[in-house]
Design a protein around this ligand. Structure first.
Ligand code: LLP
Length: 411
C-alpha cells in the first residue's frame, strides 16, 4: 500500500505531481511519501496490539535524518548497527532508551559511545564481543544491558546475501554457544542480561521461516527461564518482505498474530526491527531518459540514475517496477541502464517497459528502503537529491551533492 498513483493522467506522490518535483529538484531524485511511512508504522504497530512491544525501526533501510525525525515523533525506537547510525538517531531527536545496537563487529569506540548515550541494550553477536563490552563497562564503571543474538539455523528462503539465520552466516551465536554464554553471565557483576534476540534475514515472503525461528527461540527462552534467568525482552528482528512485483508476503497482521501467538505467555516485551516493510514502498527513484540506443536486436534505454544510486538490481538481481509519468499503453522490451561503466549497471534487463523518449521521466518503484542508504559516489557521480512529500507540499530533505562535495575530504 502506498500513495504513488495516477491522478488526472499524471503520476503523483500524494497530491504532488512528480513532474513538478523533477522540474524543480532535477533527477535522479529519491521521493518519499510521508503518509505512506506513517501508515506503515501504524499498521505494523497495530499488528502487535495484543502484546507489550517496542518497534525499533532498522535505520539502515533509510537513514535520512528528516525521516528518522518523523519516526521519533511517531514514537518508534531504532535498531542501529554503527556509531554513525546512533549519531543520526540522536541528532534526529530519537530517545536513546529506545535504541538497540546490533551488528557482528562493533568497535570499542562505538560501544563506548552507545554506553555513554544510554541505549536500551546491545545485541551481542559473539563471545569475543561480550568480553569487550564487559571490559569497557568495567572501565567506565557502568552497568550494561545486553541481549544475545541467537542464530537458530533456519533457512529464511530469501536471497543468500540477505539470509542471516543459518549456521554458515556470520550473524549471531549458535544456540548451544548462546546457552553457554547465558550460563556464564549469571555471575557477571556489571552486565544485565535482559533479552534474547534473533533476526533470520530480509525480504522474507512466507511465514514458514518465521514460524520455525519463533518455535526455536520460544523453546530457548523457556529453557533459560527455567534456569532462573530474569529476561525482559524478546527481540524478533525484522525481515518481513514487501511486494516488489508478484510477491505476496504475509501481511503485518498475519506476521504479528504469529509472533503474538508464540510469545504472549512468556511475559516479555517483544521488540521488532522492521526496515523494508516500513520504508520500501514509501519511496521511488525518479530518473530521466538520457537517450535510447540499439545493439543488434537489443534495445537500451539509458537513464540518468545508475548503480551508484540504486545498487539492488546489480547486487541481488532485484526487480523494481518501472512506471512512466503518464500511463503509456505502448510498450517495448529493453534494458534500462545507467551511465556507469559496468555491465552490472542496470535497473531492469529484458523488461517490457513503457515506450519512452529522451527527456521522459521514469519512476523506479519500491526504492524507499536500501536505495539511497546503499548509494555511493562511484564514477564520481554526486549522490541524488532526496525529497519528502507530505500532502500538497514537499521538502528537499537532502541536497543533490555537488562536484565540490565529491572532493571536500580529499584536500
Ligand atoms: N535487524 C537486523 C539485525 C538486520 O540486519 C536487518 C537488515 C533488519 C533488522 C531489517 O530488516 P528488514 O526488515 O529491512 O528486512 N540491502 C538489502 C537488505 C539488507 C538487510 C540487512 N539487515 C536489500 O537491499 O535487500
Amino acid at each position: 500500500m502506498h500513495y504513488f498513483e495516477y491522478r488526472g493522467g499524471e503520476l503523483h506522490c500524494e497530491q504532488v505531481p512528480l513532474q513538478r518535483i523533477a522540474d524543480e529538484v532535477g533527477t535522479p531524485a529519491y521521493i518519499y511519501s510521508e503518509q505512506t511511512l506513517q501508515r506503515h508504522v501504524r499498521v505494523f504497530d497495530e499488528a502487535f496490539q495484543g502484546v507489550p512491544h517496542l518497534i525499533c525501526y532498522a535505520v539502515k533501510a533509510n537513514s535520512n535524518i528528516n525521516i528518522l525525525r518523523r519516526f521519533a515523533e511517531w514514537g518508534t525506537g531504532f535498531d542501529i548497527v554503527s556509531g554513525g547510525e546512533l549519531f543520526r538517531v540522536l541528532r534526529a531527536g530519537g530517545s536513546p532508551e529506545k535504541v538497540i545496537f546490533s551488528g557482528v563487529g562493533k568497535t570499542a569506540d562505538e560501544i563506548r559511545y552507545a554506553l555513554d548515550s544510554g541505549i536500551l541494550f546491545f545485541n551481542v553477536e559473539s563471545g569475543a564481543e561480550l568480553d569487550l563490552i564487559q571490559d569497557i563497562a568495567r572501565q567506565a564503571k557502568k552497568r550494561v544491558r545486553v541481549s544475545i543474538r541467537a542464530n537458530p539455523d533456519v533457512d529464511a528462503k530469501t536471497h543468500p546475501y540477505i539470509s542471516t539465520g543459518k549456521q554458515q552466516n556470520k550473524f549471531g551465536v549458535s544456540l548451544p554457544e548462546a546457552r553457554a554464554l547465558y550460563r556464564s553471565l549469571r555471575q557477571s557483576s556489571n552486565l544485565d542480561v535482559i533479552g534474547v534476540s534473533c533476526h533470520i534475514g530480509s525480504q522474507i515472503t512466507e511465514m514458514g521461516p518465521f514460524e520455525e525461528a519463533l518455535e526455536s527461540i520460544r523453546n530457548f527462552v523457556l529453557e533459560l527461564k527455567s534456569e532462573g534467568l530474569g529476561l525482559k525482552y524478546l527481540d524478533f528482528g525484522g525481515g518481513l518482505g514487501i511486494p516488489y512485483n508478484a510477491e505476496e508476503p504475509p501481511s503485518p497482521a498475519t506476521y504479528g498474530a504469529a509472533v503474538a501467538c508464540k510469545t504472549k505467555d512468556l511475559g516479555l516485551t517483544i521488540i521488532l526491527e522492521p526496515g523494508r516493510v516500513i520504508a520500501g514502498n514509501a519511496g521511488i527513484l525518479l530518473t530521466r531518459v538520457l537517450l535510447k540506443k540499439n545493439q543488434g536486436d537489443k534495445k537500451f534505454v539509458v537513464v540518468d540514475a545508475a548503480m551508484n544510486d540504486l545498487i539492488r538490481p546489480a547486487l541481488y538481481g532485484s526487480h523494481h517496477q518501472l512506471w512512466s509519468i503518464r500511463p503509456q499503453s505502448q510498450k517495448e522490451t529493453a534494458d534500462v541502464v545507467g551511465p556507469v561503466c559496468e555491465s552490472a549497471d542496470f535497473i531492469a534487463r529484458d523488461r517490457e517497459v513503457p515506450m519512452l523518449q529522451a527527456g521522459d521521466l521514469l519512476a523506479v518503484m519500491s526504492a524507499g528502503a536500501y536505495g539511497f542508504s546503499l548509494s555511493s559516489n562511484y564514477n564520481s557521480r554526486p549522490r541524488a537529491a532526496e525529497v519528502l512529500v507530505s500532502g500538497e507540499s514537499y521538502r528537499l530533505i537532502r541536497h543533490r551533492e555537488t562536484y565540490e562535495d565529491l572532493v571536500r575530504l580529499e584536500e
